[in-house]
Design a protein around this ligand. Structure first.
Ligand code: ATP
Length: 304
């Protein structure tokens, strides 16, 4: 797997404050990586160092394996949306993109129509920017990132301030870019439920330090919270569980549902115990923690 971004002991100090502690991070081809942290954790500062908007106090950044003077060239293969772009309110989407195309001196004119098509604004290109909805404005921001046909997008809060429909549109767009155009994505957001639907990897940052870094699979595995069973006989289930596990924590709910909060790793044994004793298990599944709950647990753990 190719490494797109790699940082080595990357550090940023503002005045006396060490906002990013020596930070080692890598982003690999094809990932949709969510950077998660509370306000002030250092996400934007980190992104701005990647884009060249801020100069690191110490450490190194490699983009597509390039560093030093070659980093600037490698940055052209990336699309950054770190602050909402300053579009001209009275310009249409096409006029705005044309302005940036010329300013950046990068691409052919027809790319404007391609990117508007990709972000689903091709039919709205004559509308003036000030008449766009928030979701359309954000999509135009992504279109601007796509002008130079980047291999990687770094998006700081791209769904900030959007309604449910706008959020869904951005999600579908990002998934499409990742799946169809193989664009790698690094994204931050405070809407964790949305990141859970989008990301393949979750990196948690606190006070400039990465406190956890795990794949979607690892998160799902770690966040198994309870077992949910639907059985024909809840009384017998309860009796068998109590006999087998002295410390069992469970709840009997309506509709023949029993949930078990501990011994979650022993789901297979529990299933066998019940079925071999004549209980009909009609449903058996693990219920996962929401990303919010995992994040809060992590923050609490780190504050102890
Ligand atoms: N230019 C600056 N000068 C001084 N301090 C700064 C500057 N930019 C950011 N900071 C400080 O660095 C810390 C991290 O800020 P940053 O914006 O990177 O956090 P964040 O994780 O992106 O937060 P948010 O989720 O609120 O956007 C904060 O304490 C902030 O006040």
């Amino acid at each position: 797997m190719d490494t797109i971004i790699q940082t080595f002991h990357l550090k940023k100090i503002f005045k006396e404050e060490e906002v990013i502690k020596p930070l080692d991070f890598s982003l690999h081809q094809g990932e949709i990586c969510a950077l998660i942290g509370k306000n002030g954790a250092g996400k934007s500062t980190f992104f701005k160092m990647l884009s060249g908007q801020l100069i690191p106090t110490a450490g190194d950044i490699h983009l597509f394996g390039k560093s030093g003077k070659e980093t600037t060239k490698a940055q052209k293969r990336m699309g950054f949306m770190i602050e909402t772009p300053e579009f001209f309110p009275d310009f249409t989407a096409t006029q705005n993109l044309e302005y940036f195309r010329i300013q950046r001196g990068v691409v052919e004119k027809k790319r404007i129509y391609e990117v508007l098509q990709i972000v689903g604004l091709a039919n709205e290109k004559k509308k003036r920017f000030k008449d766009y909805s928030m979701g359309m404005k954000q999509r135009l921001g992504i279109a601007l990132c796509l002008l130079s046909s980047p291999d990687c997008l770094v998006l700081d809060e791209p769904i900030n301030g959007l309604d449910a429909e706008g959020i869904m549109e951005i999600r579908q767009l990002l998934l499409k870019l990742n799946e169809e155009k193989q664009i790698t994505i690094l994204i931050s957001s405070h809407i964790l439920s949305e990141l859970q639907l989008l990301a393949t990897r979750f990196v948690f940052i606190k006070n400039g330090v990465i406190v956890d870094d795990l794949s979607k699979e690892a998160l799902d595995e770690k966040s198994k919270k309870q077992i949910l069973l639907k059985v024909n006989d809840t009384a017998k289930t309860a009796q068998l569980l109590e006999q087998a596990y002295a410390d069992i924590q469970y709840k009997v709910l309506p509709n023949h549902i029993v949930t078990i909060q501990n011994h979650v790793d022993e789901g297979g044994e529990i299933n066998r115990l019940l079925t071999s004793n004549g209980v009909l298990v009609m449903e058996f599944r693990f219920e996962a923690l929401k990303l919010e709950e995992y994040f809060l647990g992590l923050v609490e753990e780190n504050e102890k």
